[in-house]
Design a protein around this ligand. Structure first.
Ligand SMILES: [Zn+2]
Ligand SMILES: [Zn+2]
Length: 273
C-alpha cells in the first residue's frame, strides 16, 4: 500500500492530492504510474452523475461525459481490472469546491454494471457503474455539516436551472436505497422544560398568536418547542429560552431568524416572569 499522510475523513486540497499520489490535477479518474494507484474523485457539487452510497458500497459512475460509456475506455478499463492488475484504488468525495475528502482505499465489490442515465443535455445513454467497497470496513461516517453544505450547493444549482433542465435531472435520478452515515451532535433537551413551555403557551403559538393548527394524536393542541437562542449557538435549555410555536413560525425562525421575531419572543417569555 502507498504510504499516506492522511486518514479517512481528512479533507485536502487538490495540490496535496496530486503531490501525495503523483497523479494529474484533473479528471474524475486519475491514474498514477508513480505510485501505481488510481485516484477516484466523486464531486457532489457540480456533477451530473448519480454517485451514491448504498449501505457499505459506493456506486461510482465511470468516465465519459457524452454518449454511451465503454468498459475498455481509458481508466474505466483500469478500474474494471483492478482486482487483478495490482493497481491500488483510492476514493475521494468532494462536498465543497476544491476540497477532497479521503474515503479510503477501495476495491470492486462486484462486477461493474450498466445503468441508463440522462446526460446534461437530457439524452438517454448507458453508463458503467462500479460498486466499490472500502478495504478497511464499511462506509466511513462523516460529520453532518459536510453533507449539508453539499446539499445546499446542489439546491442553489437546482434553483438556477431552466424548467426543462430541472425535469431532465429530476427524472433521471436513480438513487434508490442511497443513504449516508453521518455523525450528528445531539443536544440534550429537558422534557420538563419542553412540556412546561407548551402548557404555558395555552394552545397558542407564541409568535403569531394563532391557535395550534391541529390536535395531536395525544389529544393536545400541536405546537413545537424552540430555543430562542439555538442550543447549537450556545443558547441554554431553560424556561426563559424556550418557546412553543406553530410549525410555520418554527420553520420561519430557522429559515430567516428575523431579529424582530427574536425580540418579540424574548419579551413574551419575560412577561411570564
Ligand atoms: Zn405561529
Ligand atoms: Zn427550533
Amino acid at each position: 500500500m502507498v504510504e499516506l499522510e492522511i486518514e479517512v475523513g481528512d479533507e485536502i486540497k487538490n495540490e496535496d492530492l496530486v503531490r501525495m499520489f503523483g497523479c494529474g490535477p484533473q479528471g474524475g479518474m486519475r491514474r498514477s504510474h508513480a505510485t501505481n494507484t488510481l485516484v477516484l474523485t466523486s464531486k457532489h457539487v457540480d456533477n451530473v452523475y448519480d454517485d451514491r452510497w448504498v449501505a457499505d458500497v459506493f456506486h461510482y459512475t465511470g468516465m465519459g461525459l457524452e454518449g454511451d460509456q465503454s468498459l475498455t475506455y481509458s481508466q474505466n478499463k483500469t478500474l474494471a481490472q483492478s482486482a487483478s492488475n495490482g493497481v491500488e484504488v483510492h476514493l475521494f468525495e468532494v462536498f465543497k469546491p476544491k476540497f477532497y475528502t479521503y474515503m479510503g482505499a477501495v476495491e470492486l465489490a462486484a462486477e461493474p454494471y450498466v445503468e441508463n442515465q440522462k446526460d446534461q443535455n437530457g439524452l438517454e445513454r448507458k453508463v458503467y457503474v462500479f460498486p466499490l467497497r472500502p478495504i478497511s470496513g464499511g462506509q466511513p461516517t462523516l460529520p453532518f455539516k459536510k453533507i449539508e453544505s453539499a446539499i445546499h450547493n446542489k439546491q442553489k444549482m437546482a434553483h438556477k436551472l431552466s424548467d426543462q433542465e430541472l425535469l431532465n435531472r429530476a427524472a433521471s435520478k436513480s438513487s434508490a436505497g442511497a443513504s449516508r452515515s453521518v455523525e450528528t451532535k445531539y443536544y440534550e433537551r429537558d422534557p420538563w422544560i419542553s412540556e412546561y413551555a407548551k402548557r404555558r403557551a395555552g394552545g397558542k403559538c407564541q409568535l403569531c398568536e394563532s391557535d395550534a393548527p391541529f390536535i395531536s394524536k395525544a389529544g393536545e393542541p400541536y405546537l413545537e418547542t424552540h430555543h430562542i437562542e439555538w442550543l447549537a449557538n450556545g443558547g441554554e435549555d431553560s424556561i426563559s429560552n424556550t418557546v412553543a410555536l406553530c410549525p410555520n413560525c418554527h420553520r420561519k425562525m430557522h429559515n430567516i431568524a428575523d431579529n424582530n421575531d427574536v425580540v418579540k419572543l424574548k419579551s413574551r417569555n419575560a412577561s411570564y416572569e
